[in-house]
Every structure is written in structure tokens, then in C-alpha cells.
Design a protein around this ligand. Structure first.
Ligand code: PLP
Length: 446
């Protein structure tokens, strides 16, 4: 392949900028999800700018953007109301004070009003931090050590949870009781003793482990919809069973709604699916593109933060950018009919893609919920990480990604990522996307 081309597009400036960046920045990027080994090969596209549903690279190629910063850009790029609120705040008031502002409680009230399970909430900057706080708090509250987490999920990059995200399954133990596999070297030894890794979507396996070891389990940590092994929906009754089992054994149920929160509705996946966790973690969607995260839930658990038993610190927690962005984003998200419209455009895309793939005779299907979806190139149903490893065709996905990119449709090259839709995406964007998909699917079927 010509190194100046990605998917047949002239990307010479991206190539040059990547070469230059690699001398200064390890791997040329500042997050693993942008690295060549995450699929952005031979190099990631370098961005010039984004506007609404569109993204332009430094070579002048324009894309309909379903990458959306991997989720935060729920209003599309440069959302006027959020941007203006941030500019106003930092110009007229400041950025970091190491003292509270009235704006923090206003924001907390909006989160509490939006999400019924959240009685109190603490703010921070990233999903990684928020998960770390939630797991520590659950351990302190229960005076137990072990955390159940599920193979193939991602809960940020901290030592305690960055395990079994993408293990090689022939080295990861039996299907019903995987052994914890660290993301890589450098994770401290011993952490795995406090982790139980389970396959997702299997209530019996969960029940068995809790029956055996429930007394030492502090928390079950889960995404309510699995968004880090493509998109996998919970089987009917699975989250209900999880809620019941955890409640019965005094185990804290933590929903990691970093991706689903404020995306599947104001009350997140928990609102949409009707499950009430004990603690929840929000990030991405809450800030309209600015770095802000939140961890909240039951007041009796949060009381340990209130009285200082569990310290949640952070120089930048609830800084002016975060607070003003999230206050504006939540006001915008509360616009009547906003989620109904977002869902309508998203459904059109999901159902449209499914039809295009079916019409082309490809062994593929689309899984999603609202403005969150992924295509599986597989003949079999996929309900957990090992299903995906065994059945999903990564080769065809790659060709699908390349084909769509060449036609001006951008999403992550990894089959285990998602397509995101924003409120800026229009029916015309979807029509153009489906048009591109028809051509690409026909090519793939040849
Ligand atoms: N939890 C989930 C479900 C995520 O998808 C992510 C990031 O993609 C995180 C946690 C970590 O969030 P952050 O990247 O803000 O640290």
C-alpha cells in the first residue's frame, strides 16, 4: 500500500505529521485508542477541525463523523451553547480556585434530578478516576476486597481494573471462570487476588460465584450495555438478576455509564433499562466534549466520602471548565424531545445499515441501542467477549472500515469500538452514510 494513502484518500500531510510526532511522542499519539496497533495503521488521520457532524482532516478530506471523540461529542463538534458557557466562565470568572463555587451544587442537582439512583454525587475529570473512586468506596463501605468485573469490558486504565480487557482467550482460563489477565507488564503483582473475572451475560455463573464467595465480594462493576467489545446488549433478565443477587448479598452494584450515561437518555442506560444500581459513574456525555466525570449513588455509601473516611481529591475536580461545560450540556440535554430526535436518527442508521448488509447477503448484523451501535461480521450471535473473539470476522470489519472511510464516513477501525451518533447528525447524514454503505457492502459481497 502507498504510505501516503489511507483507504485510497490522499493523506500525505497526516503521514508527515505522524512521522514528526513519533520522534517526540511515543507512538505519535496520546492515547492507546489512537495508536497504530489499535487499528489506525499505517497512521492515524490528523484532525484539522470538526463542526457539527463533520470532521475535516489536515489533508482537507471531510467525513461524516461517527467516531465523535469516542463518545463525548454528543452534540457534535463545537456545540455553541457549551462552548459559549465555557468561554464566558473562564473569561469572566476563572478556572481553578481550590474552593467551591455555587455552580457545583447546581450541577449536582441536575445530575440528581436526571438519575434517580443518584442521591449524592462527586465530580472529577475522567472516567478512569471516577471508576477508581467507586471501587475504593465500595470496598470501604462493605469492608470486603474483591471486585467482580467482566471479560472484555473497559473501566479505565488504573491498576485495579485494567485487566482482562482484550486477553488472548486460549491463555485466559476456562470460559466460566477466566483468570485475570493484566493489560500488560507493569501492573503490580497481587492486584489480581482482589479481582474476579467473569463472562458477561451469564446470570448462572454470577449466581454461582456469589454463592461461593459473596462474603468477600465488595462490588460488581459492569457496563449496563457492553460498549468495549463492540456493542453487546444485556440478555433479558440479566441485569435484573445481577441487581437481585448483589442486593441479597450486600454487594455494591456499580454501573459504569461512562459511555451510556446521558447518551441513552438523561437517566442513562439504567433509566432506559429500569435498573437501579448503588453507585454510578458518568463521564463522556456529561460534558459535551469537555473533560468532566461524576461518581454518585446511594447517600449511605456516599456518606463515607462526606465524613472523610474515603478521600476523593483532585486539584482539577469541578474546575471552571468542567462545571460550566456540564451545566450547559445538561441544560441542552434537557431540551424536550432531544433524545427522541436523537433516537429517531440513530434508529434510521441502525436499521438502515442492517438492511444494507442483509440485502448484500453478508453474514453481518447491527447491534445497538439509541445513538450507540456496532456492526458485527459474524454468523453467530455474540453475547460476551469470548463469543466475539471466536465468531467476529475482524478482517471483513477492517475492509468495511476502509471502504466507508474512502467514501467519507469516519468511525474507529476497531471492531470492538462503537459508532456514535450526535444531535447534530441529520437524516441527510444518515442517507449519505447508507448510500456509502450500499457500495461498500456490494464490494465486500463480491
Ligand atoms: N469506562 C468505560 C465504560 C469507558 O468506555 C471508558 C473510556 O472509554 C472509561 C471508563 C475511562 O474513561 P476515561 O477515558 O475518561 O478515563
Amino acid at each position: 500500500t502507498d504510505a501516503r494513502l489511507v483507504a485510497g484518500l490522499d493523506t500525505a500531510r497526516s503521514a508527515d505529521l505522524f512521522d514528526a510526532a513519533c520522534k517526540l511522542i511515543p507512538g505519535g499519539v496520546n492515547s492507546t485508542a489512537r495508536a497504530t496497533w489499535s487499528g489506525w495503521s499505517p497512521y492515524p488521520l490528523f484532525v484539522e477541525s470538526g463542526q457539527g457532524s463533520r470532521l475535516r482532516d489536515v489533508d482537507g478530506n471531510e467525513y461524516i463523523d461517527y467516531l465523535l471523540g469516542l463518545g463525548p461529542m454528543i452534540f457534535g463538534h463545537r456545540p455553541a451553547r457549551v462552548t459559549q458557557a465555557v468561554v464566558d466562565f473562564i473569561q469572566s470568572r476563572g478556572t481553578v480556585f481550590a474552593l467551591p463555587t455555587a455552580d457545583e451544587a447546581r450541577l449536582a442537582q441536575k445530575i440528581i434530578d436526571a438519575v434517580p439512583s443518584v442521591e449524592q454525587v462527586r465530580l472529577c475529570n475522567t472516567g478512569t478516576e471516577a471508576v477508581l473512586y467507586a471501587t475504593r468506596l465500595a470496598r470501604a463501605f462493605t469492608k470486603r476486597n474483591k471486585i467482580i468485573r467482566f471479560e472484555g469490558m473497559y473501566h479505565g486504565f488504573s491498576d485495579g481494573v485494567y485487566w482482562s480487557k482484550h486477553p488472548s482467550i486460549d491463555k485466559a482460563g476456562p470460559d466460566d471462570r477466566p483468570i485475570p489477565v493484566p493489560q500488560g507488564p507493569g501492573m503490580p503483582k497481587g492486584v489480581e487476588e482482589n479481582l474476579i473475572i467473569l463472562p458477561w451475560n451469564d446470570a448462572q455463573v454470577l449466581a454461582d460465584v456469589i454463592a461461593r464467595e459473596g462474603d468477600s465480594i465488595a462490588a460488581v462493576l459492569t457496563e449496563p450495555v457492553m460498549c468495549n467489545t463492540g456493542c453487546i446488549l444485556p440478555k433479558p433478565g440479566y441485569l435484573e438478576a445481577m441487581r437481585e443477587l448483589t442486593q441479597k448479598h450486600g454487594i455494591v452494584l456499580i454501573f459504569d455509564e461512562v459511555i451510556t450515561g446521558f447518551r441513552l437518555g438523561l437517566a442513562g442506560a439504567q433509566g432506559r433499562l429500569g435498573i437501579r444500581p448503588d453507585l454510578s459513574v458518568f463521564a463522556k456525555g456529561i460534558g459535551g466534549g469537555f473533560p468532566v466525570a461524576a461518581m454518585g449513588g446511594r447517600a449511605d455509601i456516599m456518606a463515607l466520602v462526606a465524613n472523610g473516611t474515603v478521600s476523593m481529591a483532585g486539584t482539577y475536580s469541578a474546575n471552571g471548565i468542567a462545571i460550566s461545560a456540564a451545566n450547559a450540556a445538561l441544560d441542552e440535554l434537557a431540551t424536550p424531545g432531544l433524545y427522541a430526535k436523537l433516537d429517531a436518527v440513530s434508529d434510521e442508521l441502525r436499521l438502515g445499515l442492517a438492511k444494507v448488509l442483509r440485502d448484500a447477503g453478508l453474514p453481518a448484523y447491527v447491534v445497538g441501542i439509541g445513538p450507540l451501535m456496532q456492526v458485527w461480521f459474524a454468523k453467530e450471535e455474540i453475547h460476551n467477549y469470548r463469543d466475539a473473539e471466536r465468531h467476529a470476522d475482524q478482517e471483513i470489519f477492517r475492509r468495511w472500515w476502509q471502504g466507508m472511510l474512502s467514501k467519507g464516513v469516519l468511525f474507529h477501525p476497531g471492531a470492538y469500538e462503537n459508532l456514535f451518533v450526535s444531535t447534530a447528525h441529520t437524516h441527510a447524514d444518515v442517507a449519505a452514510t447508507l448510500d456509502a454503505a450500499r457500495h461498500v457492502a456490494a464490494d465486500l459481497a463480491r
